[in-house]
Design a protein around this ligand. Structure first.
Ligand SMILES: Cc1cc2nc3c(=O)[nH]c(=O)nc-3n(C[C@H](O)[C@H](O)[C@H](O)COP(=O)(O)OP(=O)(O)OC[C@H]3O[C@@H](n4cnc5c(N)ncnc54)[C@H](O)[C@@H]3O)c2cc1C
Length: 278
C-alpha cells in the first residue's frame, strides 16, 4: 500500500519522532511505500485566510467554503495545499500522528485539515437531496482507503477509561476519527494510543515500540471501527438522525457504531487495542 504519514511534533528528537521512524521502518519492511508530511519541518501554515485564495477579488467578502470550492474547481488553490492533496490521492492509507495537546491535535495539524480538505475534495461531495445527504460518513473521495491515528498522551490509561476524569479516549478522538477521517470516506482503524509517556524509561519505550510495530505489521488487515454508513439506511435522510429503533444498546458516540458490533466495551481489542503505558 501507499501510506501517507502526516506528523505534527516540533522536535526531531522527541518520542513522537522516534515512534514515527519505527512506524515507517516497519511499514517499509512490510513492503508498503511511505511518504511523510512533517508539518513543523515543512513550516506548514496552519491558519486559513485570504492568502489561501489568490484568485479572490481583493474587495470580495471571504466566505471560506465558497472560496475553497471555487479555487478547488479552478485548480487555483495554493501550491502547498495542492501538493498535500496530490499525496492524499496517491495514498491508499493515511496516518495522522500527534501528541495529545489539550485533548486534541496540535493546531498545526488541525490547520493541515482545514486547508487541505477543500470543498469539493473532502466535503461538499456528492448529491444533496431528500434521499442522499452528500457522499460522506462512509462514502466520499477517500472511500476504500484506510486511516489511523498514532497518539501519545501524558495522562494515564485509567484517566481515559469509561469512568476516567478525562473522558473515554474513543470519545475524545471521535471528532477526529469520525468527523475528519470517516467523513470523507476513510475506513478508520482503531487508534494506537501510548499513555503516560512523559517520564518514559527505556523499558517503557521498548514496550510501546513493540506494540506499535505489531500494529504496523497488521495495518493492511486490521478491522476498521464499525461506524454506521450515513447512506446505508440506518439514518433518516435528510435529518441524518439515527432511526429510533436502532442503537438501543448504546449511548453517546457509541450510537454511531453498528449494533452488530455489540455494545461498546472499554479497551476492547476491536475499539482500542493499543494501550501502552497505562
Ligand atoms: C500544550 C500541551 C498540551 C497537552 N495536553 C495534554 C492532554 O490534553 N492530555 C494528555 O494526556 N497529555 C497532554 N499533554 C502531554 C503530551 O501529550 C505529552 O507530553 C506528549 O504526548 C509526549 O510526547 P513527546 O513526543 O512530546 O515526548 P517527549 O517529551 O519527546 O518524550 C517523553 C519521554 O519519552 C522519552 N523518550 C523519548 N524518545 C525516546 C526514545 N527514543 N527512547 C526511549 N525514551 C524516549 C523521553 O526521555 C521522555 O521521558 C500536553 C502537553 C503539552 C505540551
Amino acid at each position: 500500500m501507499n501510506v501517507l504519514l502526516v506528523f505534527a511534533h516540533p522536535e526531531p528528537q522527541s518520542l513522537a519522532a522516534s515512534l514515527r521512524d519505527i512506524a515507517i521502518r516497519e511499514l517499509e519492511g512490510g513492503g508498503h511505500e511511505v511518504r511523510l508530511s512533517d508539518l513543523y519541518a515543512m513550516r506548514w501554515k496552519s491558519e486559513v485566510g485570504r492568502p489561501d485564495f489568490p484568485s479572490l477579488a481583493p474587495d470580495a467578502r471571504l466566505k471560506v467554503a465558497e472560496a475553497s470550492g471555487q479555487a478547488f474547481a479552478a485548480q487555483a488553490l495554493t501550491e502547498d495545499v495542492k501538493a498535500e492533496q496530490e499525496k492524499l490521492l496517491w495514498a491508499d492509507a493515511l496516518i495522522l500522528q500527534f501528541p495529545l495537546w489539550w485533548y486534541s491535535m496540535p493546531a498545526i495539524l488541525k490547520g493541515w485539515v482545514d486547508r487541505v480538505y477543500a470543498y469539493g475534495f473532502a466535503y461538499g461531495v456528492g448529491e444533496h437531496s431528500d434521499k442522499h445527504w452528500g457522499d460522506r460518513f462512509g462514502e466520499g473521495t477517500f472511500a476504500g482507503r484506510r486511516a489511523m491515528l498514532i497518539v501519545t498522551a501524558g495522562g494515564w490509561k485509567e484517566h481515559y477509561s469509561a469512568r476516567g476524569i478525562n473522558g473515554p479516549i474513543d470519545d475524545l478522538l471521535f471528532p477526529i476519527n469520525h468527523g475528519i477521517l470517516y467523513y470523507p470516506g476513510f475506513d478508520v482503524l482503531p487508534p494506537f494510543v501510548a499513555y503516560r509517556v512523559d517520564k518514559l524509561d527505556k523499558a517503557g519505550f521498548e514496550t510501546i515500540a513493540s506494540q506499535l510495530r505489531e500494529r504496523m505489521r497488521a495495518f493492511a488487515t486490521t478491522a476498521p471501527i464499525p461506524y454506521r454508513r450515513q447512506n446505508g439506511g440506518d439514518y433518516l435522510i435528510p435529518s441524518c438522525c439515527l432511526r429510533p429503533q436502532l442503537g438501543d444498546r448504546a449511548a453517546g458516540f457509541g450510537l454511531h457504531l453498528n449494533d452488530a458490533a455489540g455494545p461498546r466495551r472499554e479497551a476492547s481489542p476491536r475499539m482500542n487495542p493499543a494501550v501502552a503505558g497505562g
